[in-house]
Design a protein. Structure first.
Length: 474
């Protein structure tokens, strides 16, 4: 089967003797949505008499189409202007419902046309979620009509630090180059519609109550020390400048979220919840007053309270809260979906606490990590995740019970862009590691890494056709 390069590999795939002869096998295939298949299942049957694609839903039929188009690349020219398509039977369905890619457009803004290409790559790999990290200390990227300064001020930083940021660093060199940009509501609706046409859900992330320095730079009254005028953060790392816990700031966030919900029909809305220092809540009189009113014993508990207040907007609209795994430690709502990033073990903790979990562990699927020798690779945040390591990723932690394993609803790879200035760098870091990730997210049979490479090499041509950069295999 080496001539048939399908990525990710189908769950069941058999090749028989013979070929189907057709002048236009793409047009001549019969397609149908049928009742006797599950919603996510599809079948491809190629006999000597023709080809049939059947599926349990329109989404599954899209996956059948993607697989079939890859299969047709194995067709060979025959007589009388026809091609010979191998006789095959494919019975396929994804293992996980959430098969995602997170793209950070806050640290470095990515143009709309590139985001659309990323969606094409996601569709090529039969993935179904694009998680857009839209806000952070270094930039606010979504138009909010009620608060125009979020993009007028918060979307731009005058310069950016140069080189690798190290722990405890206090002196920085800057590039003297302004950086910024944001998506209008119309651009975001275009992205959402383009994704929906390909069976992909766009999940927006408004990261709070930490990672909010860009918003506080635009509206100082959101901060714990409003008399201090901050700028949009020009270095990486975690800012101590977090949202205050005043009623007016709760209303600010609710207003922002209502506008976000109007743009994104996704049933899931990501509210971050990671890396939120409580140092300013311990120092600020207003925060201490709020802590006392609520009878909380530690300032860090204010995060759970704040998230609960603003997440009420999601419940009103029938949406579900998604958050990074720190949320488990902040008494978050039981129906929150937890994205386990700090380690696979954090996914175990979240599942044992009864949460649905998306596995996104940094040690396996953080594609801002090096993928080779740091001496010869582009600057990265650290770590080392090779293509083979991604291919060997096990989504579900073995230590979980069957009941807990059922709470692992999917997996997601992450592209954080501190050290990626534009599309060329993102493509290089994302691909082809995404291709290996897709095998695990889909549930492809685990074969040898060498067998995967025999399919991956011709698959790279498909990535080239989309027009996105990738790291060469050799």
């Amino acid at each position: 089967m080496p001539d048939i390069a399908i990525v990710p590999a189908p769950r069941e795939f058999t090749v028989a003797e013979g070929h189907w002869m057709s002048e236009d096998p793409l047009a001549d295939a019969v397609r149908s949505v049928v009742e006797n298949l599950g919603e996510t299942e599809y079948r491809i049957d190629v006999t000597e008499d023709g080809a049939r694609l059947s599926a349990g839903s329109d989404d599954a039929l899209r996956h059948a189409e993607t697989t079939y188009e890859q299969l047709l690349e194995a067709a060979v020219p025959a007589e009388h202007g026809k091609v010979a398509v191998p006789v095959v039977r494919i019975a396929d369905a994804p293992r996980f419902g959430w098969r995602g890619v997170m793209l950070d457009v806050a640290r470095h803004f990515m143009p709309t046309d590139f985001v659309l290409k990323v969606i094409d790559v996601i569709a090529l790999h039969r993935l179904n979620v694009l998680h857009l990290h839209l806000t952070d200390d270094q930039g606010w990227r979504v138009q909010i009509d009620a608060y125009p300064r979020l993009t007028e001020v918060g979307a731009w930083r005058p310069e950016t630090m140069i080189g690798k940021m190290s722990h405890g660093q206090t002196d920085f060199t800057y590039d003297a180059t302004p950086h910024g940009g944001f998506y209008t509501k119309d651009e975001l609706r275009e992205i959402v519609a383009y994704a929906a046409d390909r069976g992909i859900t766009v999940v927006p992330e408004i990261d709070l109550p930490g990672h909010m320095q860009a918003a506080i730079a635009a509206y100082p009254e959101l901060g714990n020390f409003p008399d201090t005028q901050l700028g949009v953060r020009q270095i990486w790392g975690i800012s101590d400048d977090v949202l205050n816990v005043n009623d007016a700031t709760v209303e600010f966030v609710k207003t922002v979220l209502r506008e976000v919900l109007d743009i994104f029909p996704s049933p899931y809305i990501h509210l971050g919840g990671d890396e939120c220092p409580s140092v300013q809540w311990r120092e600020a009189d207003e925060a201490q007053k709020r802590q006392a009113e609520l009878g909380l014993t530690d300032a860090g508990q204010l995060q759970g309270w704040f998230t609960e207040q603003v997440a009420a907007v999601l419940a009103e609209e029938g949406r579900r809260l998604v958050g990074w795994d720190e949320m488990v430690e902040t008494d978050c709502p039981q129906d929150a979906v937890i994205m386990a990033w700090r380690s696979a073990q954090r996914g175990e903790v979240a599942a044992k606490a009864g949460h649905e979990v998306v596995m996104a562990p940094c040690e396996s699927v953080y594609f801002d990590y090096y993928q080779g020798d740091p001496a010869t690779e582009p600057l990265a945040i650290g770590g080392n995740i090779t293509l083979e390591k991604v291919y060997d990723f096990e989504v579900i932690p073995a230590a979980l019970s069957d009941q807990e394993k059922a709470l692992i609803v999917g997996t997601q790879c992450q592209i954080w862009t501190e050290y990626m200035e534009g599309p060329e760098q993102v493509g290089y870091m994302l691909l082809p590691r995404l291709s290996a990730f897709a095998e695990r997210a889909w549930g492809s049979p685990k074969t040898s890494y060498d067998e995967f490479l025999t399919r991956l090499r011709p698959h790279l041509t498909r990535i080239e056709r989309i027009g996105i950069n990738y790291r060469p295999l050799d």
